[in-house]
Write a protein that binds this ligand. Sequence first.
Ligand SMILES: [Zn+2]
Length: 262
Amino acid sequence: MINRFFLFLFILIFVSTAHAEYRTNIKSINTSAFSVPILLYHRFGFSVTDSMTITIDTFESHLKYLKSNGYKIIPLRQLVDFYIKKNKVPESHSVVIVVDDAHKSVFSHMLPVVKKYNIPVTLFVYPSAISNASYAMTWEQLRELKKTGLFDIQSHTYWHPNFNKEKKKMSPSDYNKFIDMQMKKSKDKLEKELGIYVDMLAWPFGIYNNELEAKAKQHGYIAAFTIERRHAKPYDNPMSLPRYLLNNSIKGKTFERLINNE
Ligand SMILES: [Zn+2]
């Protein structure tokens, strides 16, 4: 009888220890989990002139909210390092700021605010527009941004094509060459003009698929970004990380809900 009692006690202790270990494992998985919103801007102005323009007041209200609620704006590179090097989990309350297209207002309107708040920004550029299109920045202005040490400049392909449309217009071999050109020429031009290293890519119009991902990897890109509206999570594919495309109506409570993933 006594032996049976000890056997029962032994089993009880064994089961509860195993369960405790299981609980600890669950806990360690939870602490390494994270959820980071990547905020995507395009143009800035003192008033709203189109759907892609965010006023300086709205932009500053975003930064003030983040600052006074314990959020930390981290460089996009720091988030990408987690996926590539698997060694640094972003702190909780991390947020990333990125800008696509290199419009002039990034230089004229956004830059002073970025300096004032001393925040890291990643800018995705399609080089064919630079020092060429009237709405775009010049190479000289991009060099100025780089000099601040706050801007990481990366690729948005060479001329921002809609890959779905181009595929329909071309033969398979022409389309193949076209993708190569968009990926390679952009990286080469940015690296040559700015003396930087380019290995991140923002998908034009958020369009991506397995074929494009494979090509991007082949051309040395280690991370790429869509416009899917959700937070980046640990198990995401680094070649299709989500970003929130913002407009000027996303402020106040709407902005808070977006940041807090509600
Ligand atoms: Zn774009």
